[in-house]
Design a protein around this ligand. Sequence first.
Ligand SMILES: [Zn+2]
Length: 121
Amino acid sequence: MSRIRSTGSEPELKVRHVLSEAGFRYRLHAKDLPGKPDIVFRRLRLAVFVHGCFWHGHICREAKRPRSNLKYWSPKILGNMARDLRTSHRLRAAGWSCFVIRECSIETGLSRLLRKLASLR
Ligand SMILES: [Zn+2]
């Protein structure tokens, strides 16, 4: 029904595509977990987040900040970073592993994730 609206960001779609092609099954946007992880492997207790560099305060070329409205964006990004930290603490406290793939290094992140999944399977 609401498939189109809930498809996620472009980097997330790419990650999901590679995981599906590799034969992995997963849940999306698990509302019952801290931070509503983008991709969830329940049996393995592994939560995966695909982070856009700008929104999550990554310092890299990908995260080109808008020149205007810095006063508006900076607190928002700092808030996101603080929330990411709280989310990963809460997930770990609940016995979950937390895995972050960044927009600027999807390929590297994906191969690390695939290796981790293979080791858990
Ligand atoms: Zn980045």
